[in-house]
Design a protein. Structure first.
Lengths: 113, 109
């Protein structure tokens, strides 16, 4: 079954530390996305990618980097984590040509202390 | 910039009642999509509906593009319908979605 898998599910990091969130998809979608969701809000786009080797800035990219080494994998990197980055992070994959096939991972709950 | 506004922010109903959720957006959307977030956090796509009316089971989505609004109707609600419903629009035809803040639906038994 096609899926989007995120790891880790939960993470506690210290301020100033480096955090890497990983995402793997088996949907063979070209596009992948990283969002964060804060309590009481919708999702906000951090970075996205059109394919292997491509990364683009979303609406709130400051403090985050992204890496797309392959079609299947898309990572979100916090080089210097801050408490304001405490949130739930969702990875998703999708293709413009398959409008209803937008698939999310289960989310990563990140706490920066 | 483009914005998506959802109403109501929260809705509490008794099981069996119908629910009507609204989504208004500030510019012509190339796509409009409805998503459901389970109480535990899992997100699923419900409808891709840029215009017209679509049905699936007890859910009906109606989008009137030139009026920049969409609605999600849930008939004969069940406790398992509880969760948060989001609408989102695509700004670029490449799935760069802008999300509303959601409607939290609680269905009481």
């Amino acid at each position: 079954e096609a899926a989007v898998t995120q790891s880790p599910r939960n993470k506690v990091a210290v301020t100033g530390g480096k955090v890497t969130l990983s995402c793997n998809q088996t949907n063979n979608h070209n596009n992948m996305y990283w969002y964060r969701q804060d309590t009481g809000h919708g999702l906000r786009l951090i970075h996205y990618s059109y394919g292997a080797g491509s990364t683009e800035k979303g609406d709130i990219p400051d403090g985050y980097k992204a890496s797309r080494p392959s079609q299947e994998n898309f990572s979100l990197i916090l080089e210097l984590a801050t408490p304001s980055q405490t949130s739930v992070y969702f990875c998703a994959s999708g293709d413009a040509g398959t409008n209803s096939d937008y698939t999310f991972g289960s989310g990563t709950r990140l706490l920066v202390i | 910039g483009q914005q998506v506004q959802q109403s109501p922010a929260s809705l509490v109903l008794q099981e069996g009642e119908n629910a009507e959720l609204q989504c208004n957006f500030s510019s012509t959307a190339t796509r409009l999509q409805w998503f459901y977030q389970h109480p535990g956090g899992r997100l699923v796509s419900l409808f891709y509906n840029p215009s017209g009316t679509k049905h699936t089971g007890r859910l009906t989505s109606t989008t009137v593009t030139n009026e920049r609004r969409s609605s999600l109707h849930i008939s004969s609600s069940q406790t398992t319908d509880s969760g948060t419903y989001f609408c989102a629009i695509d700004r670029s035809s490449n799935y760069q979605l802008i999300w509303g803040s959601g409607t939290k639906l609680i269905i009481k038994p």
